[in-house]
Each structure stands twice: as C-alpha cells, then as structure tokens.
Design a protein around this ligand. Sequence first.
Ligand SMILES: [Mn+2]
Length: 162
Amino acid sequence: MRRYLVCSDIHGFLENFIEALEREQDVDAILVAGDIEMKTHELRQAAGDLPCYIVRGNCDYYLSRELPDELVIREGSHRILLTHGHLYGVPRIAPIRQQAKQKKCDMIVFGHTHQYFEREIDGIMFLNPGNLKGRLEWKTQSYMLIDFNDDGSIDIIKKRFR
Ligand SMILES: [Mn+2]
C-alpha cells in the first residue's frame, strides 16, 4: 500500500501543513492542489525527502515560473489529474471532467472551493481535500489521505484538521 497526503488552499499557513505532516507518519507522497500563498521552497523544505507535487492556484499568480497549472501523476494503474480547479470553473463538473478524460485520468484532485468533496462521477473519482487555511479557532480545515492498495483499489480517508 502507498499512502498520499492530499491538501489544498493553505493560503500561507505553513504551520498547518507542517502539523498535518507531523500527524501522518506513514506517507509516501504529498499532493498540494494550489493556493499555497508562500514561497514554493518553504513548502518543499517542510515536505523533506517526500515527493511533493504542487500546482498553482489563482492566488499563486506570482509563482508562474515555479509551479505548473496542472500535473498528471501516475500511481500504479491510476492516473491523477492534479489542478487547482479555477481554470475549469469548479465546482462545475463538466469542464474538469473533460480535461481528465483527455488526459486519461481516473482521478481528479482539485481545491479552490475550500469544501471537502469526494464522489465518483462517470468513472472518475473527484477529490477535494478542503482547505488548510486559518488558525485554531476557525475549525473548518481538513485534508485527505488516499491509500493505493496493492490490489489496485483505493481508500479515501477524510481527516478533520480542527
Ligand atoms: Mn483558489
């Protein structure tokens, strides 16, 4: 089994990202679906040796040379489209689904809405981990774990951060 830690919309709250990582010890890779609002190297430094895939959100306009708008990540038989979602008008389903089909992806990880979401639609798994923005009292943050099992199945685990 390989476990991914998936988060989005950190909006400068590096300490929340670090804390989520500290809580999850058995992680093999990290996906960040944009709106980091910090320097890319700060995030990468916090991720340490773990593979860390980051895409750019609408609030990361100043990182256009460092971060791509989207990535396709292969894990076993799965192909994951990682993109913030604003370019496809999320939470609208159709445009981002079209892109996933074009890229032959069976999973989409996006953010932007700050709302946790997991649903299989038309054979594609739509996943939004919610947001890691804000301080203790906000109590709206979440992230997600994806377990890629050896038999090819996946398990999605919602993690409330506060
Ligand atoms: Mn956004």
